[in-house]
Design a protein around this ligand. Structure first.
Ligand code: ADP
Length: 371
C-alpha cells in the first residue's frame, strides 16, 4: 500500500543575493490514495515541480510533513523512499546503452546479475523497447528515450512513480501516444502515480483525480468531469476546458420574484439575462454584489438552431473568426463589450461579420465570485 499524504506542506526558497525569498508552496494538504493516478496541474511557476521534488526528497521541506505508505519520509533519503521519478529531459546517461541505463539503479543496489537481467527484460517488454537495448541514447528518438526513462523507473519496482512533465519535449503525435501508454502502464502496474503537467488536456485524460494549483496553493481537487462540470472558482473554470469558458462580469438584481444578471457594460446596451431557478437559488446571496457569469463554448448556441427558446436569454453578436475543426466549428464572436467563443456544429456555415443571435443554455451557467 502506498498512499501519499502531504500535511501543511510549505516551501520557501531562501533569498539569494538580490533575489528575495520565494514562497513556492503555501501550506498545502493533499491525500493521494493507494494506486491512484493524481495529476498536479497549473500554469508555469505555480509550485507543481517543487511539490513533486519534495515528495521525491530532492528538495528540502520548509514546513510540514510528507508520508508515503503511512511512513513519514521527511528525514528519509530519496533512494530509500520507494519512489522512482521520470524527468522531462529523460536524464539518461549518454555513455551507457539502454540496457545499462535501465540496469544502473539495480547495480547500485548490488542486485544479482540474473535478477537485473530479468527485471530489465520484463520492463523492456512492457514498453516494446527490446530491440533497442544495445543502443546509446543519442541514437534514439525523443519518444524512445522517454520510454527508456520510464523503463528505468519500472525496473526499480517502486510503490510510487513521480512524473515531472515527462512528455513536454515530444512532438504532438508522440505526446498523445505516450499519454495512453502511461495510462495503460498505470492500469497494468497498479502503482500510485503522481504526474505533473501544465497541460490541462493531459490532466483531464490521464488523472483519476486532478489537483489544480495556482501561486503555490491548491484551487480544487476533483475527478476530471467533476472539475469540468462543477469548477469551484473562476480560476479552475478558466483553466480547464478548451476553448476556455466565457466570462461576463456584472451584477445580480431581483425583479418580480426572479433573479437577473446584468452585464457591466458602460458602452452599448448591456446583456440582461434571467437566471434559471436552480441558479437563482445559488445566486440569491449575491444579489446586489458583483458576480462573474460563466458559460462554456458548447453551451452557447445560435438561437436560430434552437427551438422553444426563452426570449430572456438571447444576445446579439457578430462573427469575427470561424474555425472549422472537423467535428465542430469554433466561432469567435463580438457582442459589443464582450467577446464570446461558441462551439457549434460543423455543418453550420458562418460568414465573417455575419450577425447571429446567441442562446445561452441556462442549465449550464456558472456563477463565481470575481477573482
Ligand atoms: P512549476 O513546476 O509549477 O512550474 P516550480 O515548482 O518550478 O513551478 O516553481 C515555483 C516557484 O518557485 C516559482 O516562482 C519558481 O521561480 C520558484 N523556484 C523554483 N525553483 C527555485 C529555486 N531553486 N530557487 C528559487 N526559486 C525557485
Amino acid at each position: 500500500m502506498a498512499e501519499v499524504s502531504l500535511k501543511d506542506l510549505v516551501k520557501i526558497y531562501p533569498a539569494s543575493g538580490k533575489t528575495p525569498p520565494v514562497g513556492a508552496v503555501k501550506r498545502i494538504n493533499l491525500d493521494i490514495k493507494d494506486r491512484e493516478f493524481m495529476v498536479l496541474v497549473g500554469p508555469s511557476g505555480c509550485g507543481k515541480s517543487t511539490t513533486l521534488r519534495m515528495i521525491a526528497g530532492l528538495e528540502e521541506i520548509t514546513e510540514g510533513e510528507i508520508s508515503i505508505g503511512k511512513r513519514v519520509v521527511n528525514d528519509i533519503q530519496p533512494k530509500n523512499r520507494d519512489i522512482a521519478m521520470v524527468f522531462q529531459n529523460y536524464a539518461l546517461y549518454p555513455h551507457m546503452t539502454v540496457f545499462e541505463n535501465m540496469a544502473f539503479g539495480l547495480k547500485l543496489q548490488k542486485k544479482p546479475k540474473e535478477e537485473i537481467n530479468k527485471r530489465v527484460m520484463a520492463a523492456a517488454e512492457i514498453l516494446g523497447i527490446e530491440s533497442l537495448l544495445e543502443r546509446k541514447p543519442k541514437a534514439m528518438s525523443g519518444g524512445q528515450r522517454q520510454r527508456v526513462a520510464v523503463g528505468r523507473a519500472i525496473v526499480r519496482n517502486p510503490k510510487v512513480f513521480l512524473f515531472d512533465e515527462p512528455l513536454s519535449n515530444l512532438d504532438a503525435k508522440m505526446r498523445v501516444s505516450m499519454r495512453t501508454e502511461i495510462s495503460k502502464l498505470h492500469a497494468r502496474l497498479g502503482a500510485t502515480m503522481i504526474y505533473v503537467t501544465h497541460d490541462q488536456v493531459e490532466a483531464m485524460t490521464m488523472g483519476d483525480r486532478i489537483c489544480v494549483m495556482k501561486d503555490g496553493d491548491i484551487m480544487q481537487v476533483a475527478e476530471p468531469l467533476q472539475l469540468y462540470n462543477s469548477p469551484e472558482n473562476m480560476f479552475v473554470a478558466g483553466f480547464i476546458g478548451s476553448p476556455p469558458m466565457n466570462f461576463l462580469h456584472g451584477t445580480l438584481t431581483k425583479e418580480d420574484g426572479s433573479v437577473w444578471f446584468t452585464e457591466e457594460n458602460p458602452g452599448s446596451a448591456p446583456i440582461k439575462i434571467k437566471l434559471s431557478d436552480n441558479l437563482a437559488a445559488k445566486g440569491i446571496t449575491h444579489v446586489g454584489n458583483k458576480v462573474v457569469f460563466g458559460i462554456r463554448p458548447e453551451d452557447i448556441a445560435d438561437a436560430n438552431t434552437v427551438t422553444d427558446i426563452d426570449p430572456t436569454v438571447r444576445s446579439k453578436a457578430k462573427v469575427e473568426v470561424s474555425e472549422p475543426m472537423g467535428a465542430e466549428t469554433f466561432l469567435y464572436l463580438d457582442s459589443g463589450a464582450h467577446s464570446f467563443i461558441a462551439k457549434v456544429h460543423s455543418g453550420d456555415k458562418y460568414e465573417i461579420t455575419q450577425n447571429v443571435e446567441l442562446y445561452f443554455n441556462m442549465e449550464k451557467v456558472h456563477l463565481f465570485d470575481p477573482e
